[in-house]
Design a binder for this molecule. Structure first.
Ligand SMILES: Cc1cc2nc3c(=O)[nH]c(=O)nc-3n(C[C@H](O)[C@H](O)[C@H](O)COP(=O)(O)O)c2cc1C
Length: 317
């Protein structure tokens, strides 16, 4: 059980926050090896699973070394959510996480993700149905509310706890807040003080130290780290990226690239790796021409060679 596994850890967990388009098996495994305490998949549509979409079910592929593995789902129809979760339980995840935080139009306009925060009655119905029908631990990821006039995180947290969810992760923004406004951690601490179940905090964490500081300040059970892990899986290990030379970073980058190549096949693995590569190269000085050359490579061997050459250039000034 996920809860018991986390309880056995000697430190409170840092966890890779689910991110569509990023939290696939390769990146999760890499972060897990660096110290992320569990793997949560990018969210998948329960409506798509209900229709047996192979593409969606494929997004749930994981490596056994990632365990505990939690599948994150979104949807708004209790019966569809339950039936879809039953289907994907055949893939043996350690838990299911319900998304109550996504604010993108495609999801929220259909009443799912953060739009559910506007409908606590429906949240209760979904939570009840999930706990009653699913033989695995169920958790949720929420926001503070729909907008600043409707911050109902306490109400939602209490509902989820009351229905038997084992944990709730809180992104310290409302659905209507943009990323340019800083996440608010005080409400996350407040929710923690009002619930017995695990409460994880999330929003704008930039370093391992900041995660520890927030965890302590707000007495949290763990921290989710999202964007700051892009191009910096070392964040989970406590190693400071600024102290790692490119030579020291290279084995991890190459490992990521190999995992992508195997996971997605040729040439998509390397094409899908580009967005990660850009993050890995962020802050490193080199010509635009060279950057473009590296980014356009679609073959793993060529890319490896280009990165090694690039590293030699950096090393030799
Ligand atoms: C590209 C991207 C994709 C995301 N996809 C998901 C998702 O599938 N499920 C989810 O719960 N949150 C998703 N989020 C939100 C993040 O998990 C996290 O809550 C948010 O980015 C704030 O944390 P951070 O400041 O550490 O990035 C996504 C965020 C980004 C930037």
């Amino acid at each position: 059980m996920v809860n018991e596994i986390l309880n056995k850890l000697s430190v409170k967990p840092l966890i890779l926050s689910p991110m569509a388009g990023y939290s696939d098996m390769p990146f999760r495994l890499l972060c897990r090896n660096m110290g992320s305490a569990l793997s949560i998949t990018e969210f998948v549509s329960t409506e798509a699973i209900f229709r047996n979409s192979k593409k969606t079910i494929d997004m749930l592929r994981y490596n056994d070394n990632e365990r505990p593995v939690v599948f994150q789902v979104f949807g708004s129809r209790p019966d569809v959510i339950v039936e879809s979760c039953k289907k994907i339980l055949e893939l043996s995840p350690n838990g299911i996480d319900l998304n109550l935080g996504c604010s993108v139009k495609k999801v929220a306009s259909k009443g799912a993700g953060s739009a559910l925060l506007k409908n606590p009655e429906l949240v209760k119905k979904i939570a009840k149905a999930m706990v009653k029908n699913l033989p695995v631990p169920v958790s949720a990821k929420i926001r503070l509310g729909w907008n600043s006039q409707n911050k109902n995180y306490i109400e939602i947290g209490k509902i989820l706890e009351g229905e038997g969810f084992w944990a709730v992760a809180v992104h310290g923004r409302t659905a209507k807040m943009t990323y340019t406004q800083p996440a608010d951690w005080e409400p996350i601490g407040e929710l923690k003080s009002k619930l017995e179940i695990k409460v994880f905090g999330n929003g704008d964490i930039k370093s391992y130290e900041e995660a520890q500081e927030k965890m302590k300040k707000y007495n949290l059970d763990g921290i989710y780290i999202g964007r700051a892990a892009m191009g910096n899986p070392w964040i989970f290990s406590g190693q400071k990226i600024e102290n790692l030379s490119f030579t020291e970073r290279l084995p991890t980058i190459v490992e990521h690239m190999k995992l992508m190549d195997i996971f997605y096949g040729k040439p998509y693995g390397i094409i899908n790796f580009r967005k990660h590569l850009l993050k890995y190269l962020k802050g490193i000085q080199f010509s635009k021409k060279m950057k473009n050359e590296i980014i356009e490579i679609t073959n793993i061997e060529d890319l490896k060679e280009a990165l090694l050459n690039f590293n030699n250039l950096l090393e030799n000034g």
